[in-house]
Design a protein around this ligand. Structure first.
Ligand code: FAD
Length: 388
């Protein structure tokens, strides 16, 4: 594992960053990882794990100081997501979703909204990002949820599907279309909705292949009244805001996928070094060493690329959408391949629920689907090379 520890050492974390990362890794190892299999099997929200993150004040690392936060670099945020996800992919995505849902408020909210809502986020409020609908997944512009202005309120009607933490979130960033704007793309608007708003209900919780401890909810809005003061940006600015936000959340889901891939790589190499077949360890077969070489090389490259994207973000780059897509695409494809091979290297034991690799393989699949399917990312990356 020297290759990877050296990569981490060369990140030259500052003193505060190193202390926090050590704390996160300790909590991941002592609290989150030991509970992960139980929460997965019982399909329940990982309360203890999320409470442990709240105790560390982890939401505060992406909230500005003036609103109760203790901000650190985006690079550190990604490392935190990766460490948590290595221990429990469900807990990792719950934490990352707080960032995905609330970063747009930090970047595009007005002063009043930030003063009112961000201190709660910094203290550990759970957040959701609600874009997807039954007929609007890859093409988010097909969404039908309607925002109708009425005096000081906005009336929300419609439904959302597959919303991570949708049932538990204290604050949800919901996308819909402003009724007074006719243009399908130009009408998209973002609205902050609080838990418990009358007319807003959870319509169901999905049963899933993986990420079973993270809840995935259907949401319904029927005449739900939300103060107009909760519109993020202006009516019709939603699409621009959404695209800018996805550029930040895609590296974050890449970090999450790399956490899963790292866990699988560790389990696989440990097992291959101990399991004997025909008097030799599984790792002694050269064909298996070639497999490990390919996977290790891919993991190292994906980590280095994520560092590159983080440096762009921390350096204030304005345009890093394609770099973010590349990170998401490669990290998620790697997570799927790594976990599948990890199961394979465990032989029949890999298929049994007692071992973590079985869960990792189930958890990996969604990383190729959410935050833009990998087909969509291939399209975005490929299209960027078309000459003007
Ligand atoms: C567990 C889970 C958690 C989720 N969490 C959230 C969340 O928190 N918030 C949220 O808003 N959404 C969330 N989603 C939704 C997720 O982002 C969507 O499922 C995803 O964007 C794909 O949309 P879709 O399911 O409608 O698939 P579709 O868009 O119907 O795609 C079907 C197939 O067509 C392919 N396809 C689509 N467009 C193209 C194209 N241009 N070229 C080639 N192929 C194409 C896709 O790649 C896919 O293979 C979550 C989903 C799941 C399962």
């Amino acid at each position: 594992m020297k290759v990877f520890s050296q990569l981490d050492e060369r990140r030259n974390w500052g003193e505060d960053e190193r202390i926090l990362l050590d704390q996160v890794r300790r909590v991941a190892e002592e609290v989150i990882a030991p509970n992960a299999a139980r929460y997965d099997a019982e399909e329940v929200f990982p309360q203890d794990s999320v409470a442990a993150l709240r105790e560390l004040g982890l939401n505060a690392i992406f909230v500005p100081e003036s609103y109760g936060g203790a901000p650190m670099s985006y690079r550190l945020y990604l490392a935190v997501v990766q460490a948590i996800s290595e221990a429990c992919a469900s807990t990792g995505i719950i934490y990352a979703t707080n960032f995905h849902g609330m970063k747009p408020l930090i970047d595009f909210g007005n002063e009043e909204q930030k003063q009112r809502l961000l201190p709660r986020v910094a203290r550990g409020a759970l957040a959701s990002l609600a874009i997807t609908e039954s007929a609007a997944g890859s093409d988010a512009t097909a969404m039908k949820t309607r925002f109708t202005p009425d005096g000081d309120d906005v009336v929300v009607d419609g439904s959302k599907l597959f919303i991570t933490s949708g049932d538990v979130a204290d604050l949800l960033l919901v996308f819909g279309k402003w009724s007074e704007i006719g243009d399908a793309r130009g009408a998209i608007t973002a609205l902050l909705v609080e838990k418990g708003t009358p007319g807003f209900e959870v319509s169901g919780i999905e049963k899933k292949l993986g990420h079973r401890a993270s809840s995935t909810a259907g949401l319904s809005f029927s005449g739900a009244r939300v103060p107009r003061a909760n519109v993020l940006g202006a009516p019709g600015q939603g699409l621009a805001l959404l695209l800018a936000s996805l550029n930040r959340s895609r590296p974050s889901v890449a970090a999450h996928a790399l956490g899963i891939a790292t866990a699988a790589f560790k389990d696989m190499t440990a097992y291959m070094n101990t399991r004997a077949v025909s008097g030799r360890r599984v790792i002694d077969f050269q064909g298996n060493q070639f497999l490990l070489a390919d996977l290790a090389a891919e993991l190292a490259m994906a980590e280095a690329w994520l560092d590159h994207v983080a440096a762009l973000v921390d350096g204030g780059a304005a345009d890093f959408g394609i770099e973010a897509s590349i990170a998401k695409l490669r990290a998620s494809d790697l997570a799927m391949r790594m976990t599948t091979e990890a199961v394979q290297m465990h032989g029949g034991y890999g298929y049994i629920r007692d071992l973590r690799v079985e869960r990792l393989m189930r958890d990996a699949k969604i990383t190729q689907i959410w935050e833009g399917t990998n087909q969509v990312h291939r399209q975005l990356i490929g299209r960027s090379f078309i000459g003007k």
